[in-house]
Design a protein around this ligand. Sequence first.
Ligand SMILES: *Cc1c(COP(=O)(O)O)cnc(C)c1O
Length: 481
Amino acid sequence: MTPTSRNTPSNDPEKPQPKVNLRELPSVETTIAQLSKVSSLPQPIIADAVRSRVKVARESAQQSGACAPRAEIISAIEADLRHTELSRLQPVINATGVLIHTNLGRSPLGKRTTDFLASLAGQYTNLELDLTTGKRGKRGGYIETALATLCNADAATVTNNCAAAVMLILRHLVTTERNEVIISRGELVEIGGGFRVPEILECSGATLREVGTTNKTRASDYENAVTDRTALILRVHRSNFFLGGFTDDPDDEELTAIAHKHKIPLVCDLGSGSMMATDKLAPIEHEPMPAEVLAGGADLVCFSGDKLLGGPQTGVIAGRADLIAGIKKDPFFRAMRCDKLILATLQETVTAYLESTTKETTPDVPVTAMLAMRLDELKQRADALMAQIQTPLADAGITATLIDSTARTGGGTMPKSSMPSVAIALDGSAASLSPDQIISRLREAASPTIAYIESDQVEINLRTIFPFQEEALVRTILSLV
Ligand SMILES: *Cc1c(COP(=O)(O)O)cnc(C)c1O
């Protein structure tokens, strides 16, 4: 929304300043009043936008001797306001087929969670009050117990995100005497969003002890790197890429044996904490589950709350109780703690999993439901949508066809995992509508719909669209005609 100055004013005192009639510029007060009637933005934001555009126009007029046309200035302000309006956080329809889409806020929450939040958010809570004693209580007491149960761990705790979790683990385990972290060269990765493992290691004060090669690291490589300066062995799950071909990695048991022989902890950054066997939900690979990795001997695991777990942005640390207690004593833990709304959200998500184990149903967690959604069910929904849009679109020269497509977990999880899906493909060439134009019109609609282009067609992928969004989706697609 920052208007750019057309020219820098001339400071040359010799040069006579041209005369310009500044009355031709739009009146600030009238423009604010007019735009306030049509924009949904708060009036002070509108006023700022008007003032800054008019200021730039005035300066440029004084300098060049001519005012830009009034209509041009007004439409620039309108474009600024539109941009600001669209940048407001709001629901969107995810038609990308990418289940955990970082740009779209990763995991959506289940209904039990959103219902609970709606009732909790407007009231006081027992966040740090023990209701049995009336004394000060532990923040996150229940969620820590519930997470430990879910991960089959001695203890667990929660922080802002997984990057913070890794950081806190390293801060606790790395000391001046023991400051080396052994990690495979195949795991020195950038996870996305600027999370680079080597940089996180560095800013925690650790010294990297890289072992193996990019494609092959053997148990003996780890064993040979252990010295009396070793603080821990770190494993980072390759969540956003995969190594294929001539590769080798020791399994968790081998690494556990080495770590424990030398009495050093083994820490696994899993990235995504899947609580369900992903290969049983969908025809995709098995994502390591926190409980499995801990049972395999890891001392600590950490993972994000908003990837396959399907909860809010958080980082969970689970494992040995003494290590968790130590991590929680770090002053940085206080700086990275979660707010009550986040804790409540995670509480309901985790409780949904725990309850589903006894009821043997899938938990009310949208990402797991999307993974498990059967193809024939998606096809049925797509048929019903097509019946509503095909004819009106055809009349306007836009062809809609139902096609086989694929969906992905995304969000830096399971790079190889794609699962079958169906998509509505839109072709507007007969109406002189390019795929880019269609994409941006869908995106800027009243219900912003995020589609993608594949083979010169716009695809609307059904797997990531909620049934309750279908009415809005139909309205959005029909707004193209
Ligand atoms: C996603 C990911 C992270 C970062 O998690 P945030 O919750 O986004 O901070 C760290 N490590 C791995 C392996 C990841 O996949």
